[in-house]
Design a binder for this molecule. Structure first.
Ligand code: NCD
Length: 360
């Protein structure tokens, strides 16, 4: 059995095979309409969602399967204090595959420790969102015909934006990509992404604050919302929320074949006037979410090209560490029964296995 907790749970080849299936589904939807007859998907959403949950549900229905689940923590037994582990051990009896979203970093990894069914991480706090990455990769590949040798600008909240973390990790496995991280200092990309994934990749990167100056070189501009719900200090959010607003004036600086992506929802970071630009691809991107999630469900249920018996490769070395994780938003700090696991990556630094935060 395989899970999708982090984009690197699938190799580059497995990811591309999944995207090939998604492309085929897009062109030949009818071929797939009974593939999941009799199967059930559970969507466990402890945090708000429009696109991710509904595209998962649409995907399973379009495959002929059925769906059950909940769309907020308040309508589940989490509101009574039930742990993630217990919830998963029960849902395992009710469904064949589980997509879950939770406000705490590391929750999907926690669920996978207990599940006998494939777990799909549909967003764990500010940590990862690998199915959005599949959507993003499909959209980029359809636009540029490749996933290497691209200049990709990430703009906005790179600290808490889980879609950014997952997409950077996925694209850093391709040769010749150049990442331009455009953010205020307070919202810069987490250091573990740079130290453990970018510095040993065949890609380059720069960290800047000026969006207009970056525009002319970009093949992709990935805009993000400032993640209000993840701020401890609401005044800091208020100060940073208008940091970047993409307008037609800035679009004039960009290449004609550039594409603007955004995982959505947008708040104010892209003006409505940009929607009329041919390069605005964020609604098409949201539509692609159904095809990749259909391909993912098929793959994890053993009906794609994915070898579901392959054992995940894990290069992390577990180390003894007596402390607790320093990340207040980590699942290990919110459920007493979740024992932290600390690991040492290639750079020798110790970090939490659940949320990737460094402990030193
Ligand atoms: C994103 C998310 O939930 O992380 N939305 C999505 O899934 N498409 C982005 C966001 O909420 O800003």
């Amino acid at each position: 059995m395989r899970h999708l907790i982090d984009p690197l749970y699938f190799s580059v080849q497995e990811t591309e095979e999944l995207l090939d299936i998604a492309d085929d589904i897009c062109d030949n939807m009818d071929k797939y309409s009974h593939k999941c007859d009799g199967k059930i998907l559970a969507t466990l959403f402890f945090e708000p969602s429009t696109r991710t949950r509904l595209s998962f549900e649409s995907a399973m229905m379009r495959l002929g399967g059925k769906v059950l689940g909940f769309s907020s923590a308040s309508s589940s037994s989490a509101a009574k204090g039930e742990s993630v582990a217990d919830t998963i051990r029960v849902i395992d009896y009710y469904a064949d595959i589980i997509a879950m979203r939770h406000p705490k970093d590391g929750t999907a990894f926690r669920a996978a420790q207990y599940s006998t069914k494939p777990i799909i991480n549909a967003g764990d706090g500010g940590h990862h969102h690998p199915t959005q990455t599949l959507t993003d990769l499909m959209t980029i590949r359809r636009r540029h015909g490749r996933l290497d040798n691209l200049v990709i600008g990430f703009c906005g909240d790179l600290k808490y934006g889980r879609t950014v973390h997952s997409l950077v990790k996925a694209l850093a496995r391709y040769k010749g990509n150049h990442f331009v991280f455009i953010s205020p200092k307070e919202l810069e990309i987490p250091r573990y992404i740079i130290e453990e994934y970018l510095s040993k990749s065949e890609c380059t990167f720069e960290e800047v604050t000026d969006l207009s100056a970056a525009m002319p070189n970009l093949d992709i501009l990935y805009m993000t919302r400032i993640q209000r719900e993840r701020f401890d200090d609401i005044e800091e959010y208020e100060r940073l929320k208008g940091s970047y607003i993409l307008t037609p004036v800035q679009m004039e600086l960009a290449k004609t074949e550039m594409a603007v992506l955004h995982p959505l929802p947008r708040v104010n970071e892209i003006t409505l006037a940009v929607d009329d630009d041919e390069r605005a691809k964020y609604f098409e991107q949201a539509g692609n979410g159904v095809y990749v999630r259909m391909a993912l469900i098929l793959s994890l249920l053993g009906m794609g090209k994915l070898d579901v018996n392959k054992v995940e490769e894990d290069h992390d070395v577990v180390v003894e560490h007596s402390g607790v994780c320093k990340n207040a938003r980590c699942i290990t700090n919110s459920e007493d029964e979740t024992m932290p696991i600390f690991v040492k990556g290639d750079n020798g630094r110790v970090r939490c296995k659940f949320c990737d935060q460094y402990v030193d």
